[in-house]
Design a protein around this ligand. Sequence first.
Ligand SMILES: [Zn+2]
Ligand SMILES: [Zn+2]
Length: 157
Amino acid sequence: MSSAICPCGSGNLLTGCCGRYHAGQAAPCAEALMRSRYSAYVLGLIDYLLDTTLPVQKSSLDRESISQWSAQSTWLGLEVEHAELLGGKPEHAFVTFTARWHDAAGEHSHRERSAFVQNQGRWYFIDPTVQLKAGRNDACPCGSELKFKKCCSAYMA
Ligand SMILES: [Zn+2]
Ligand SMILES: [Zn+2]
């Protein structure tokens, strides 16, 4: 496994690419985090997928179905189109990508523009399917000290 090519499509060895982040190193940017999450789907690293989702959303994730989706899909590749760093504090970013996979129902291609937020040196995926329960003037659930309306609510499209 140590000489395996990284599934994220970078062409680099897994150990010098997403494997570092799977092992605990903080991903340096949203694109790196996004790539490492794709690799985690390929490799079945479900804990990593849960741990890199916004902490307040983690308990709402369905571990079993993520695990099944990961295991029952044949992953065909990832293409990252672009990453938009939006600045601000905390830093937010969008990453636009296409992931392809094959399962019992056939071949799928899914293009998505995902939102990410950096908090205390770590990037997190903001899962758009998990509603953040906060009022517009409440503290943002991402853990920043901003009001929700000034922070992650804008990225929950
Ligand atoms: Zn990689
Ligand atoms: Zn926030």
